[in-house]
Design a protein around this ligand. Structure first.
Ligand SMILES: Cc1ncc(COP(=O)(O)O)c(C=O)c1O
Length: 362
């Protein structure tokens, strides 16, 4: 590490590491740790990818024009659209682009674990505003955390890992309290799982009013293309221009562009899969609540469990291992469980049932 200290900025050397959901080798194990869709890509998406096999000696369309045109039509948005190698790449690049040395980035915590890494790598300072006791963003406290040094605000709805959804009116009030000089990055990676009953932010509608609003979406979740890496940002043209210039040239590969377009065209099938996940989520969460677990309201493809103490969380994790499900533990804070196929979800219910007979819950 002695050499590394000469080569890298100190904040890079002290970056927290991103914990992936893990690679599972035992076929009997079901992975419920990365909020992935429990379906392989749709047949028509697979077919469109296969039809282009062999063309990979050429670079992809650097500007992803066909995909952007399809996105513009799908979302009825004629402003800026920028593609990224997953929405994580967009978050990183935007933060690199807007953060001045020691500039502050405000976001709720706990939220997506890539945020503190991206902020620190961009040379910024994280200003983490605790979630409420219900696992929701405290937007009033977030607005109060804004200072002259604030360079951006990250808002995650539905929030990873609690699943909570910010309502449209709450968000409008928040946007009205934020100075227009500060970009607000609204990370909607899981928005397709939040139906109308959550009164989710009508984010695209708001793009016309708030030029500092930047909506981030991904094909990794509802569209089931996590392995291909494609995310996109919907924003004003004024924001899209400089953002495009900092993105990695040819950063979104040809296969991802083709698959993403094809998945958008197959939207009605995607919706059916999303509906399956939402129905399963209701089944599992209902059962968990009946068993006495306090679960934050979730409009996502996962839910969040907290535990009384370390012994309790350890016991829960051992049961998951016994039942061969891999879930995502966040130290002693809690466990996030992704909704999987019926078998995986039945195993979650088994674990919850076994655990509840041994313990009382928070
Ligand atoms: C809240 C949130 N935002 C963004 C992402 C990034 O998705 P991707 O980089 O796969 O597009 C994730 C992935 O887990 C996430 O949980």
């Amino acid at each position: 590490m002695e050499n590394a200290q000469q080569w890298f900025r100190s904040e890079v050397l002290s970056l927290p590491s991103y914990v992936p959901g893990g690679v599972i080798e035992d076929p009997a194990v079901i992975k419920l740790a990365s909020n992935e869709l429990p379906f392989s890509p749709l047949k028509q998406v697979q077919a469109s990818v296969l039809s282009t096999l062999g063309d990979y000696n050429s670079y992809p369309d650097m500007f992803g024009r066909d995909l952007i045109a399809t996105l513009a039509q799908h979302y009825q948005w004629d402003g800026g659209i920028v593609l990224g190698n997953g929405s994580t790449a967009l978050i990183e690049k935007i933060l690199q682009a807007v953060t001045t040395p020691n500039g502050e980035i405000v976001y709720a915590w706990r939220s997506f674990e890539a945020y503190p890494i991206a902020v620190q790598a961009a040379g910024g300072i994280s200003v983490q505003v605790p979630l409420t006791s219900k696992g929701e963003h405290d937007l009033t406290a977030m607005a109060r955390a804004v200072t002259d040094n604030t360079r951006a605000i990250l808002v995650c709805s539905p929030n990873n890992p609690t699943g909570t959804v910010i309502s449209h009116d709450e968000f409008v009030e928040f946007m009205n309290s934020v100075p227009a000089r500060i970009p607000v990055l609204l990370d909607e990676a899981y928005i397709d799982f939040a139906d109308e009953s959550f009164d989710p932010i009508r984010s695209i509608e708001l793009l016309n009013t708030y030029k500092n609003l930047v909506v981030l979406r991904t094909f990794s979740k509802a569209y089931g293309l996590a392995g291909l890496r494609c995310g996109f940002s919907l924003c004003s043209q004024d924001f899209a221009g400089p953002l495009s210039s900092i993105m990695t040239p040819f950063g979104v590969n040809s296969v991802a562009q083709i698959a993403a377009r094809s998945a958008l065209h197959a939207h009605e099938y995607v919706e059916k899969q999303v509906q399956f996940v939402c129905d399963e989520r209701e089944r599992v969460v209902k059962k968990a609540r009946e068993l006495g677990y306090a679960i934050p309201s979730t409009g996502s493809n996962f839910f969040w469990l907290t535990f009384a103490n370390e012994t309790d969380i350890n016991a829960f994790m051992s049961l998951c291992e016994e039942k061969k499900i891999v879930v995502r533990r966040f130290a002693n804070e809690g466990v996030r469980l992704s909704i999987g196929n019926v078998e995986g979800n039945n195993r979650i219910i088994d674990v919850l049932t076994m655990h509840s007979t041994n313990t009382t819950h928070e």
